[in-house]
Design a protein around this ligand. Structure first.
Ligand SMILES: [Zn+2]
Length: 236
């Protein structure tokens, strides 16, 4: 199955927090979208891998994506090595996405920056037809574009994606990760994202970036190479 867009996240809620709105909007525009989580988030303070698998499944259903996979890398400790790179290459070659979107190049959680480098490197290497390993899809494929999203640490974005029409749906897909966010009934330790104020903070950031591009709410993204346009209508 060929996909138009493939989004990667180091942990099962990274994609929803950062670009949940964009993916929902792209699905609504008829794009075939897939999601790949590198780890099951087993080192997370709250929840268990089994609970998080189920939450990720529900979130993917809300978003309407065609496929969601988990590569089962070690949460907190996965490395950029040949074995992990080939696992990412295999997924890229299997789904042949035109666009890949991944974590921020630098962030509060060290896995995020590593995931960003690993996925960007794999996107390039996947295009080399001599890059082969046992069990790995052999057909070379290089995505046209790789974008990186913003999650916690702020950095200067290259463009803003309008999520004004899907902000409620974005919040719903994040809340599908029930174990990770504010729940007055929960007896698990509070974390930064499980704070009572998290969704207020999230909406504030979406509003802050959105307004810069003339939108009510937006998601900021960075590019690896200069983005090109074939029509000025492509720019807002
Ligand atoms: Zn994360």
């Amino acid at each position: 199955m060929k996909l138009d867009i493939l989004a990667f996240g180091a942990h099962p809620d990274d994609i929803e927090i950062s670009i949940g709105g964009m993916l929902i909007s792209e699905v609504r525009q008829g794009k075939r979208v897939g999601m790949v989580d590198l780890t099951r988030g087993e080192m997370g303070t709250r929840g268990t891998p089994e609970i998080r698998d189920e939450e990720a499944r529900i979130a993917a259903e809300i978003m309407g994506v065609a496929v969601r996979e988990n590569l089962g890398f070690d949460d907190g400790l996965f490395e950029i090595n040949a074995a992990n790179t080939f696992k990412v290459i295999d997924v890229i070659r299997r789904y042949q996405p035109d666009i890949v979107i991944t974590n921020a190049p630098y962030d509060r959680h060290p896995d995020h920056g590593r995931a960003a480098s690993l996925v960007a490197e794999a996107c390039f290497l996947s295009g080399l037809f001599k890059m082969q390993a046992p069990g790995v899809n052999t057909a070379a494929w290089r995505p046209r574009s790789v974008y990186q999203y913003m999650q916690f640490v702020q950095h200067t974005p290259d463009f803003i994606y309008d999520i004004s029409d899907v902000i409620e749906e974005k919040i719903a897909c994040i809340k599908a990760h029930k174990s990770q966010f504010w729940d007055p009934e929960s007896i698990e330790p509070e974390t930064l994202i499980a704070s009572k104020h998290f969704f207020t903070n999230l909406a504030s950031r979406a509003s802050e970036y959105g307004i810069q591009a003339g939108f009510a709410y937006g998601e900021p993204l960075s590019t690896i190479r200069y983005p090109g346009v074939k029509s000025l209508d492509a720019l807002w």
